[in-house]
Design a protein around this ligand. Sequence first.
Ligand code: AMP
Length: 286
Amino acid sequence: MKIVTRIAEMKVLTGEWRSAGLTIGLAPTMGYLHEGHLSLVRESRRRCDMTVVSIFVNPAQFGPGEDFQTYPRDFERDSMLLEKAGIDAVFHPAAPEMYPPGFKTHVEVSDLQDRLCGRSRPGHFRGVSTVVLKLFEIVGPDVAFFGWKDAQQLIILRRMAADLDLDVEIAACPIVREPDGLAMSSRNTYLSAAERRAALVLPKSLAEARRLMEAGERDAGRLTAAAKGVIEAEPLARIDYVEAVDVGTLEPLSRLSGEVLVAAAVYVGKTRLIDNLRLSIRGEPS
Ligand code: AMP
């Protein structure tokens, strides 16, 4: 496994692979890897000849007062896990390599970037889209792997790839959860023992939403109110949003139909956690 920190070196390496007729998979991450990340790696190894994982805590996607400085980092452990997972290269650039002095260009996926998490994290998805487009240009993957855990990110990046005619398939992998249901996240390490218990209201609220939808509830307001009720019962949790939206456009729904995304963000103590569920609703129940 090669560890690459320079853009030029990464381009040469993937250029050689491409010339040899090998397909390339990329899994972009911010490191502090867990099973969620490793599920993307396994899928890339299954589908592509060569796999690159990028580890870059991207300053451009953190707002002022967010956790850029304190975001957990452990490159040694991450490299060990990736070596064991059998990947071919880790791309681990320093921030000035990605954003040299004078950097001015950004990618905006308008409308989609302003909904859901975009409302409480202005500029976040502009930072994500920009860095991911750069990573695509640097690595030149045939397929890039992302998790449904960050559903809005995935939908935005699919839009970006389509709109800019990028020659990359955006592949989506299911959410990997802890045995008790909490979606895996590098930020879970911020939680105290009491907060970790309280965080379960997030998957529980989505489970309640699923139960109601499966029982025939088609009113989005009633559904999100019920999910919010579960979270509000937990004193350590504070709702940022719970919304039922169309999975393609992220527009809020009033009636639940088609491909529905129920997305939620909740502060547990100071830690902001996100989770979501997708359901296909065919027709109205009688
Ligand atoms: P991050 O390091 O948090 O930026 O995540 C890197 C990639 O891993 C993104 O595509 C995430 O959606 C994905 N990911 C993170 N956590 C999970 C999880 N629990 N299940 C599936 N994918 C995940």
